[in-house]
Design a protein around this ligand. Structure first.
Ligand SMILES: NC(=O)c1ccc[n+]([C@@H]2O[C@H](COP(=O)([O-])OP(=O)(O)OC[C@H]3O[C@@H](n4cnc5c(N)ncnc54)[C@H](O)[C@@H]3O)[C@@H](O)[C@H]2O)c1
Length: 256
């Protein structure tokens, strides 16, 4: 088991890659503290982990609020008896428009993608220090490695996540807290269509999505579990000499 006896927190845990992460982290021996704003889906994920013989706690929280982030980390440490791993997966595509910029939308995109992970990490570090080290994984995107015309604001935020991950890796290396970033390409989850124009006709939307897939060397979209497996590896001791990395999980999209 690759995460035997590890205590792991996962955000945006009720769907997509976060939910796959809960299942695979628990299967590999971790106790999982799963956080999401969607109670119904979160309950289902926690129950699924339990049915598979794993151990998971669930907490409903809107992680846009920094107080909720700090409370969630305190609760995770109290329930599990500490924290070894934090996968900061929460994020949103946010705004498409840049010419008539909605500043509230801008703030929300930046805050959930950047501030939430920073506040969660800041609160978790003291708990990792007590256990002699730890592993933090952020979810950025290929849009954090190369430009993305569909959402420049999202791309700005995800480049920020990559920079933040690398900088935290340098700052906490001496304390044996590794920090890495996973950068998914297009992944088949409920979020994927949100990257495209909601006012476009179905045909135009499907054509836009097909164009994205056509740019992927492996000629398909990714699956949630493929990103969860990358996060699992980065969080595990198998990646003990890996810190400050931004790992594309993108079918070769950023290799061009
Ligand atoms: N799907 C993709 O193609 C793709 C590609 C690259 C990066 N990403 C990144 O992956 C992450 C999530 O993507 P996914 O595809 O797994 O999404 P998803 O839509 O399957 O799940 C997102 C989860 O986040 C939760 N959530 C939303 N706002 C929240 C909040 N304020 N507080 C707590 N929970 C909240 C939702 O309830 C949902 O369960 C994001 O950081 C996203 O930017 C996605």
């Amino acid at each position: 088991m690759r995460l035997k006896n590890k205590l792991a927190v996962i955000t945006a845990a009720a769907s997509g890659m976060g939910a796959a992460g809960c299942e695979v982290f628990a299967r590999e021996g971790a106790t999982v503290f799963a956080i999401d704003i969607n109670k119904k889906n979160l309950d289902e994920v926690v129950a699924r982990v339990g049915r598979a013989g794993g151990k998971a706690y669930g907490m409903v929280a809107d992680l846009l609020d920094p107080d909720n982030c700090r409370k969630a980390i305190a609760e995770a440490a109290a329930q599990m008896g500490g924290i070894d791993i934090l996968w900061n997966h929460a994020g949103i595509p946010g705004l498409r428009d840049v010419e008539d910029l909605d500043l509230d939308g801008y703030a929300k995109t930046m805050d959930l993608n950047i501030r939430t992970g920073l506040v969660m990490s800041g609160a978790a570090i003291a708990h990792m220090r007590k256990r002699g080290g730890g592993a933090i994984v952020f979810t950025a995107s290929t849009a954090g490695l190369v430009g993305a015309s569909v959402s420049p604001v999202y791309s700005a935020a995800k480049f920020g996540v990559v920079g933040m991950g690398k900088s935290l890796a340098l700052r906490y290396a001496e304390e044996k807290i590794r920090v890495n970033v996973v950068c998914p390409g297009p992944i088949e989850t409920p979020m994927f269509p949100d990257f495209f124009d909601p006012n476009a006709s179905k045909e135009v939307a499907l054509a836009a999505q097909a164009k994205v897939v056509a740019a992927i060397p492996l000629a398909r979209m990714g699956q949630a579990i493929e990103v969860a497996n990358a996060a699992l590896w980065l969080a595990s001791d198998e990646a003990s000499f890996v810190t400050g990395a931004a790992l594309p999980v993108d079918g070769g999209f950023t290799a061009r």
